[in-house]
Design a protein. Structure first.
Length: 179
């Protein structure tokens, strides 16, 4: 909930808009939790898609687009969970400034970090469906104008080299009496 301003975006806002709005492509069908190269339609420099998942809570994930030629931090992102973001915009009441997760982040012409919700994130049924990381990645791709090879959805694999492990807070020995 900070008043994060990125001066590089403010001074290069046309380039930032080009990166954000023009078509981009990912040529991976399965995405692991790592950085994936993104190919922009007109910008030929390096751009990355970063997928982060909280270690003990796979419902807490982030998608980020990063381009070091614009700024050192991600220039667009999605947060599935976490703190409420405050948009410091004059004329809005405090409740209107607060944007709870899930939400997207972009930067305005002043370089100010702004959180917002898309219409599916405002509808309870669709918001619940977007808790699935692969479905949500497809929504992120739509919002950030990223296309995939042959227009297929990407599947997200969380720690693909490990067997799935469900962590429970229940004590498995709760009803056992040891002699």
């Amino acid at each position: 909930m900070s008043k994060e301003i990125i001066p590089e975006i403010r001074s290069n806002y046309d380039f930032y808009n080009q990166l954000l709005k023009e078509r981009k492509s990912v040529f991976e069908s399965v995405i692991s939790i790592e950085s994936i190269p993104v190919v922009h339609s007109s910008y030929q420099g390096p751009m990355l898609l970063i997928v982060n998942v909280k270690k003990n809570d796979s419902n807490f994930f982030q998608f980020k687009l990063k381009c070091r030629d614009i700024c050192p931090t991600p220039f667009f992102r999605f947060d599935s969970d976490g703190d409420t973001h405050r948009n410091f915009i004059a004329g809005l009441t405090l409740p209107e400034q607060q944007i709870p997760t899930p939400h997207f982040h972009y930067y305005n012409q002043d370089g100010l970090n702004i959180a917002y919700k898309t219409p599916p994130l405002l509808e309870e049924d669709q918001k619940k469906a977007l808790q699935d990381i692969s479905l949500c990645l497809a929504h992120f791709f739509q919002e950030s104008n990223i296309n995939t090879e042959l227009e297929n959805f990407c599947e997200v694999k969380i720690l693909p080299q490990l067997l799935p492990l469900v962590i429970s807070v229940n004590d498995p020995h709760a009803n056992i009496i040891f002699p």
